[in-house]
Ligand binder design. Structure first.
Ligand code: GDP
Ligand code: MG
Length: 295
């Protein structure tokens, strides 16, 4: 009988270090949306990869946040902590070009855990002098007892294979946890909503993404055409004006970009209907969050 190996790998670190980008690189498909803005990843997302009798179940998490004022941040911190138990190995990711207080705080929050931690130094493509990585490693290796240290570029896919090899050492022998061809734990509706949210974040300014969420009202496939109706919820009438844009131009741009990506995912033509609606103070109200599916 062939021996199989499988386990959970949590990807943690402050926002913007490249956690979701790494997951997408490893899976060769966009599972988790990415952007230069913090708080892009709101959900805990599983990315599953099975090869050579080994199953890697990656957990992409919202970044660890010090700021807990708003209900949305409290929610995100809760998941980020909850997944730290029960994982077989933790990837603690940092940006090779920037170490800040938030990284320091992330290290603090990892000190208690007994799970092996691999330090992943990302964005090495941005280092002009590759040798600059050495003093950085020297500085970091005393901060925690790392099981391994792997420098890489998630975006350029440099050394990502090496990371996978290292991870394999930490996965226990045992049966596969998911069917071999499964890629994520999220249903198609979720993926469709996330595609819209990504295009929205990419098309709008700084403060807006925080105040928005996307709800898929209907998905229906007929004769190789999929009808999708979705609502972009915002907090204030002013934000609705921003999302719609002059003469509807911005909403149209968001819709077109989202539709193209949905067509790739679904392998059908897509007819996308997109509305923008106002629901006041929803990020601040736990009950409103639940109403929108943030359970
Ligand atoms: P997360 O918040 O940790 O999930 O970070 P994201 O995956 O959303 O990435 C944040 C930003 O960093 C995005 O603009 C990515 O394109 C960029 N990024 C991620 N990995 C790399 C990398 O290896 N090199 C470079 N140059 N940029 C990267
Ligand atoms: Mg992310």
């Amino acid at each position: 009988m062939t021996v199989t190996q499988s386990g959970y790998i949590a990807i943690v670190g402050r926002p913007n270090v490249g956690k979701s980008t790494l997951l997408n690189s490893i899976l060769g498909q966009k599972i988790s949306i990415t952007s230069p803005k913090p708080q892009t990843t709101r959900w805990q997302i599983l990315g599953i990869k099975t090869k050579d009798h080994t199953q890697f179940v990656y957990i992409d998490t919202p970044g660890l946040h010090r700021e807990e004022k708003r209900a949305m941040n409290r929610y995100m911190n809760r998941i980020a902590r909850a997944m730290m138990v029960d994982t077989d190995v933790i990837l603690f990711m940092i940006d090779a070009t920037r170490w800040n207080n938030e990284d320091e705080w992330a290290v603090e929050s990892l000190k208690e855990t007994a799970t092996p931690i691999i330090l992943v130094i990302n964005k090495i493509d941005l280092l002009e002098d590759k040798a600059a990585i050495l003093p950085l490693i020297d500085k970091l290796k005393n901060k925690l007892n790392f099981a391994a240290i792997v420098p890489l570029s998630a975006l350029k896919k440099t050394n990502v294979n090496e990371l996978e090899k290292v991870i394999t050492r930490f996965l226990p022998e045992g049966p596969l946890l998911f069917p071999e061809d499964q890629l994520t734990d999220k249903p198609i509706r979720f993926q469709l909503a996330e595609i819209i949210r990504e295009k929205l974040i990419q098309a709008t300014e700084e403060e807006l993404p925080y105040a928005t969420t996307v709800e898929i009202e209907q998905v229906e496939e007929k004769n190789k055409i999929t009808d999708v109706s979705a609502v972009i919820w915002v907090e204030r009438p002013g934000q609705k004006i921003i999302v719609i844009g002059k003469g509807g131009a911005k909403l149209k741009k968001i819709g077109t970009a989202a539709r193209k990506e949905m067509e790739k995912l679904l392998q059908t033509k897509v007819f996308l209907r997109l509305w923008v609606k106002v629901k006041e103070h929803w990020t601040d109200d736990e009950r409103a969050l639940k109403g929108l599916g943030y359970e």
